[in-house]
Design a protein. Structure first.
Lengths: 167, 167
């Protein structure tokens, strides 16, 4: 009985923590909430943007990972969420030719919901800045900036990243 | 009843597939088996080695992720496994300044077992080449090459990667 009580208390505590974390984070100006739990998502790809000196990891939720592994990404299925984590680059202090992450620049998310985000290719865009994760943009039009940049990836459902395949 | 039979059949099939996959992959010359399931592991870091033109993702098993998040990496705990996936770099065809993964070069693993791998800093090293994942090295001494290169990271328990923190 004591064991059950402890389990219930732990579950309540975890739920409260989760709700508190979600409540603290301001949604993007288009109403997009930053997806919870993205640090536990699996790998979709990596990149290095040399023109602005940033390293990136691209992670996907379960829908995204299943689609990537089955090769069903043109288009990505409804419910796909892609996370891009962006850091300033630095040289590794003990390995000068290795470029590694420095400070976090921002996290970015693309949420596939063709009905809700029809104006931006079926994708909801959101970006949260720095370690404080302050939402980017002053009004809902901010997403047009994201979508404009992603125009170059129209042939791959507005997504630049080709998923890696791990043998 | 039919539902149970289907579930059991699926479980048996999954187990057989897993055993077959493990049996097909040759261990490293030091006896290290490539850890199963690493594509589902979570993110520890990314890097770009500019002197040999490769991009890397570093993933960790559950022990590694817990240690990274709690800041207990000097030393990393027993049972830690780190995976490094290495690709040749290429410019993104639609975004020239973005360096992204091309062909897989190899996967590399570090397994913390201080008793078994006392001769190489408590870490078992293994590398599997290309999409066919052929083990690297002709005899167990191959690991001295890995360990020699990791000497520069002695102060951080022979691991170059500083885990990223995701807010």
């Amino acid at each position: 009985m004591r064991c059950y009580a402890q389990l219930i208390a732990a579950a309540v505590l975890a739920t409260l923590r989760s709700l508190t974390a979600a409540a603290e984070l301001t949604p993007a100006p288009n109403g997009l909430q930053r997806p919870d739990g993205y640090p536990d998502w699996r790998l979709i790809g990596v990149s290095h943007r040399t023109e602005n000196g940033t390293l990136r990891a691209i992670l996907g939720n379960d829908v995204a990972i299943a689609a990537a592994r089955e090769g069903h990404t043109k288009p990505w299925p409804e419910g796909t969420v892609l996370a891009k984590i962006v850091w300033k680059e630095r040289s590794h202090p003990k390995f000068a030719t290795a470029i590694v992450p420095d400070a976090l620049v921002h996290t970015e998310f693309m949420v596939k919901n063709s009905a809700r985000y029809a104006a931006t290719g079926g994708w909801g865009f959101g970006r949260w800045l720095g370690t404080e994760q302050r939402p980017y943009g002053t009004d809902a039009n901010f997403a047009q900036e994201c979508f404009g940049c992603h125009a170059g990836a129209k042939d791959s459902d507005w997504v630049f990243t080709t998923p890696v395949h791990l043998p």
